[in-house]
Design a binder for this molecule. Structure first.
Ligand SMILES: Nc1nc2c(c(=O)[nH]1)N[C@H]1C(S)=C(S)[C@@H](COP(=O)(O)OP(=O)(O)OC[C@H]3O[C@@H](n4cnc5c(=O)[nH]c(N)nc54)[C@H](O)[C@@H]3O)O[C@H]1N2
Ligand SMILES: Nc1nc2c(c(=O)[nH]1)N[C@H]1C(S)=C(S)[C@@H](COP(=O)(O)OP(=O)(O)OC[C@H]3O[C@@H](n4cnc5c(=O)[nH]c(N)nc54)[C@H](O)[C@@H]3O)O[C@H]1N2
Ligand code: SF4
Ligand SMILES: [Mo]
Length: 701
């Protein structure tokens, strides 16, 4: 008789966290549906979650380890055993460590994967400081760092407690499509049903902007100017919460002085938003309580990222929306972190980290998470300076598609002696490897996930339900490598580590798997007991940490380095402002193009152009268009839309074509990162570079 079984788990087709029920018959997954009991998504799933079966059983998956037999990048492979793969990697790493030092081994990973902490854990146990993840300087972590500097902890929106926000200020973010980037989309959707006042700041009129009471169509890259003018207006027009500011913040007078010149009239010229609209937004946000700021990755793709984020994150402080029901709140942090062994690295070794001493909040002994600066790392790989990178191990990332200036990333990858890629599919990046390792999908993985990220109010269990070929979960690979290298730490089993993390909840992993999730009650005004976790114990509008590191303790405006105003000569040739990477509901970055269910929804890359702009070039909807910047050119298909500013062009990111038979798989055709800039100036504290607000031109093909 055939056996039917149902498991509770957590979808991770994106950063993850929607509770699911997985139905298995005769050892095969036959259905995946949202778990109605799960506190976050309450039964709903997006198209990616619903296309998981087509992902898990996709015939294009990597099923066993392989080694390169032909020239690098020629696509000639030989199947090998896991033992041979791991022994070869361990032996090579050992040799490199002995001959050149552990820091010449770099380890990379993709965004917010289940194995995130295990990559740093392995790197630090092995002794190299050189690990990287696209998020550290470019996504989410800058938001985290701005919050840590200001509040000592990360702020989230309170969709979780007794009361929903009455006002949402959605800034450079599209959470109906992109959750979870912090929170889960379903929670935002639920909040919108309670009809909060809605302010959206976006150069494009997204679906969210269409619902808004106020949509501020900003010139890309000028969010710092807008944020400073909002603070100016809220202070000068006495809309701020005097009692809260007096009792709980430091540096208010200095902030007031700093923003004096940043009036809404000043900002109008820079941001292209009428000053009345800026005032309206300041009033609506400051006068509607409780209010929440929802902010996104668009703020993290310019070299003034940190100061922009600092200015934005001060808004809840000066309006007293901190840790109150329906406001911006701190998480419950109910689980322990995976021990990462960062403390084992000597100061001397941390000083060898790419970016150390330069981007002091990102890298080196002063870094909050101490990650390598990606452009510096790739430059070292490409040129051997300041020292060569001998090996690069990539766990779940597609650098050729996801990092800026893809041509240079290609040169870098081609130049590294030993490249290992663990992935679910043979990507254009994996095609360049010496050894390719088949990674497990979320249905083949045991893990826990705490949401929202960095706040952990809810913990879900993800469980290994099936096995496909010889695919392995990355944590297993990293632990096995640590054992083979005879490292003195980092060799514990996965279950031991998960149980350690869950200990404060009095739960074991087995118990959590049965329950599916754990959800904590939210406590508010936690700061009243212990103050804020900043050096002064208060909210630091004036940052003492930045001051100590030699950075400006107060936010300021800086024109994007490539713009109609800062580089008018370039703008003559490249007259439009390029933004990239607005997310699509059916794809996660460069993933999903080989999934028939997802590809059908959006088969080709689309460039958004305003019809008036398109007309000048004779471009019609559906025409192929060249988009060119100083770095290179790509083609995407025109999508004419009045929802984008006539001076702004938006290209999708993440495009390659798994169906194209050559090992490049069309990675040069439509990849947004052929266009983007990996060169300085970078954010002085974080090393952030430019993935948006660059200059481009277009032409009909
Ligand atoms: N479906 C899906 N979900 C995802 C992802 C995915 O690939 N697919 N990726 C995940 C990851 S890693 C991340 S970082 C998040 C990102 O999540 P979001 O932060 O929501 O990211 P985007 O959709 O890129 O951008 C949000 C909006 O910013 C606008 N924008 C562009 N430039 C500017 C600017 O200069 N200023 C302002 N104010 N707005 C601007 C864009 O038009 C876009 O509508 O999504 C996560 N979730
Ligand atoms: N131009 C431009 N570029 C951008 C952005 C943008 O907006 N514009 N956004 C940036 C941002 S915010 C981010 S976070 C990065 C994302 O950059 P990446 O994280 O590199 O992007 P992905 O395409 O998600 O690549 C992940 C790869 O990991 C594989 N994978 C998925 N799950 C697993 C797993 O569990 N294990 C292993 N081993 N492999 C797995 C996938 O098959 C895929 O090939 O892109 C950045 N790049
Ligand atoms: S939002 Fe993410 S976790 Fe939720 S169903 Fe979609 S892909 Fe899965
Ligand atoms: Mo990201």
């Amino acid at each position: 008789m055939s056996e039917c079984k149902t498991y509770k788990s957590a979808c991770r087709m994106c950063h993850g966290g929607c509770g699911v029920l997985v139905h298995v018959k005769d050892g095969k997954i036959i259905k995946i549906e949202g778990d109605p009991e799960s506190p976050l998504n309450r039964g709903s799933l997006c198209v990616k979650g619903l296309a998981s079966i087509e992902h898990v059983y996709n015939p294009q998956r990597l099923k066993y380890p392989m080694k390169r037999v032909g020239k690098r990048g020629k696509g000639e492979w030989k199947r090998i055993s896991w033992d041979e793969a791991l022994d070869t990697i361990a032996k090579k790493l050992e040799e490199i460590k002995n001959e050149f030092g552990p820091h010449t081994v770099a380890i990379g990973q993709g965004t917010g994967r289940h194995h995130f902490s295990y990559v740093l854990r392995f790197a630090f146990a092995f002794g190299t400081p050189n690990w990287c993840e696209p998020g550290l300087a470019q996504c989410f972590f800058p938001r985290v760092m701005a919050c840590i500097l200001t509040y000592g902890d990360y702020l989230i929106c309170d969709y979780y407690g007794e009361r929903q926000p009455k006002c949402l200020l959605v800034w450079g973010h599209n959470p109906l499509i992109t959750g979870p980037d912090g929170e889960i989309s379903a929670m935002v959707r639920r909040c919108l049903k309670t009809n909060p006042k809605l302010i959206v700041i976006d150069p494009r009129q997204t679906d969210m902007a269409k619902k808004a009471d106020l949509w501020l169509q900003i010139r890309p890259g000028t969010d710092d100017a807008l944020a400073l003018s909002l603070i100016n207006c809220i202070i000068n027009e006495e809309l701020y919460d005097k009692e809260f500011v007096e009792k709980w913040t430091v540096g208010f007078e200095k902030l007031k002085e700093r923003v004096e010149k940043y009036t809404p009239e000043w900002a109008e010229e820079i941001t292209w938003i009428p000053s009345e609209k800026i005032r309206d937004a300041a009033y609506l946000y400051a006068e509607t309580k409780p209010a929440c700021v929802e902010w996104g990755v668009a703020l993290e793709h310019t070299p003034n990222a940190l100061q922009t984020l600092r200015a934005v994150v001060m808004l809840p402080a000066i309006t007293g929306n901190i840790d109150i029901p329906g406001g911006n709140v701190f998480g419950m942090h109910v689980i322990r972190n995976v021990p990462t062994f960062r403390k084992r690295l000597s100061k001397e070794m941390l000083e060898k980290q790419f970016g150390a001493g330069k981007y002091k909040l990102l890298s080196g002994p002063t870094g909050i998470f101490s990650a390598a600066h990606a452009p510096t790392l790739f430059e070292a790989m490409r040129t051997g300076k300041p020292y060569p990178v001998k090996a690069f191990l990539v766990f779940g990332s597609n650098p050729l598609v996801s990092y800026a200036n893809a041509k240079e990333v290609y040169e870098a990858l081609m130049n590294v002696d030993f490249l290992v890629v663990s992935d679910i599919y043979m990507t254009p990046t994996a095609e360049l490897a010496d050894i390719v390792l088949p990674a497990a999908t979320w249905l083949e993985v045991d893990q826990i996930v705490g949401l929202p990220y960095m706040a952990e109010n809810v913990v879900l269990a993800q469980q290994k339900i099936i096995e496909i070929g010889e695919a392995k979960q990355d944590e297993w690979i990293l632990i096995e490598l640590a054992r083979r290298l005879k490292l003195d730490v980092g060799t514990e089993s996965l279950e031991e580590i998960i149980n350690y993390q869950l200990e404060p909840l009095n739960l074991t992993f087995d118990e959590l798997k049965k329950r599916g999730y754990y959800s904590a009650d939210i406590k508010y005004r936690k700061f009243e007991e212990k103050g804020f976790k900043t050096p002064s114990g208060k909210i630091e509008l004036y940052s003492t940490i930045l001051e100590k590191l030699g950075y400006d303790p107060l936010p300021y405006y800086e024109e994007p380095p490539e713009s109609p105003y800062s580089t008018p000569e370039i703008a003559k040739k490249f007259p439009y402002i390029l933004i990239t990477g607005g997310r699509l509901i059916n794809y996660f970055h460069s993933e999903g193009r080989q999934n028939p269910k997802l590809r059908k929804i959006h088969p080709e890359p689309l460039v958004e152009i305003h019809p008036e702009t398109a007309e000048k070039f004779g471009i019609k909807d559906g025409d192929w268009v060249w988009i060119e910047t100083l770095r290179g050119k790509i083609k995407q298909k025109a999508k004419l839309t009045r929802s984008i500013h006539p001076k702004v062009i938006h290209v999708e990111h993440g495009w390659w074509f798994p169906e194209k038979p050559t090992p490049e798989h069309g990675v040069w055709d439509s990849n947004a990162n052929v266009l983007t800039n990996n060169k300085p100036p970078y954010d002085p504290a974080l090393g952030t570079y430019q993935l948006r607000s660059l200059l481009c031109k277009i032409k009909k093909i």
